[in-house]
Design a protein around this ligand. Sequence first.
Ligand code: ASP
Length: 364
Amino acid sequence: MRPYLYFLLLFLVVSSCKNEEELKAFSNSRQLANDTLERSKDKNEKKINEFAIVIHGGAGTILKENMTKDDEAAYKLKLEEAVRVGYEILKNGGSSLDAVEQTIRIMENSPLFNAGKGAVFTNAGTNELDASIMDGKTLNAGASAGTKTVKNPISLARTVMEHSPHVMLAGHGADIFAQEQGLEIVDSTYFYTESRMNSLKRVKSHEENKKKVNKTAFYDATIKDSKFGTVGCVALDKSGNLAAGTSTGGMTNKRWGRIGDAPIIGAGTYANNNTCAVSSTGWGEFFIRGMVAHDISALMEYKGLSLQEAARVVIQEKIPDLGGDGGIIAVDKNGNMVMEFNTAGMYRASINDKDELYIGIYND
Ligand code: ASP
């Protein structure tokens, strides 16, 4: 045999062996990945609750030492009242969308939370409200941003979803649409609360002081000390449908028509019957960039993570790595409930199908 033919033959034999080995290793690792996926699928497939509801009233620097006993009791009472409204709807076979909307309305009507009645003030001393809702069954969604006269923005978001060809309406046009649709309209003075006005004054003077030291620092002062109190709700109903909703006044001292994550589908709110329903609260700019609510769903759908693991990755790793903070509430298609936050506290409550109520405020 000629030497070059011999080498060619040898090369072919060796490379085919190598390819076979690689192929074997490749198929082994694929098998392993599939097994892991199947195992985590099995784990995630177990029905934990036939129906379930989770709410939040904002995440942030909520410390026990800064809270009076009366404040704490008032928050707990309102959280329980709100979550029970949704629970009753679900228990009686109502839809997750109804549960989410009605539960959020209770919190919007309370001055305790930064949504509806208790919305924070903008730099101009106005109140500009954002909200969104999503139906996990159809993937339909509705949102409104920067409205000034709608008493319950969550109902406007739902009306946008169900009675307009659009997903998001903003500003004056959204207020007009709400009026045309017969939603309750209020004078802008309805949103005045003394405590929120005091917060605006505090943030503005903080901003002035910071500006004296560092002209560019005021963005931090404006945003970092002035958020939290957004409300949200996620629910799974007896028909297996998931829904999520979020409503907020945004951030104290916001200006230039600033919109946060709350009305952004995929950031503040997301629901998909194949995975989970999520509502966010926190520093909106980071939640938009992290596409937090959808990211959690995507980690479940494409990577096979459990809801708990997906929420942990996004809230404890991804968002802090970007420099943001906040939390989420979520429920998956099997009724697993998650309340994950990286702040000192998050107002939160849940009820499962056994009527077991949980209420939490601090990080315990
Ligand atoms: N995410 C809201 C916003 O950025 C604020 C909050 O949840 O506290 O508008």
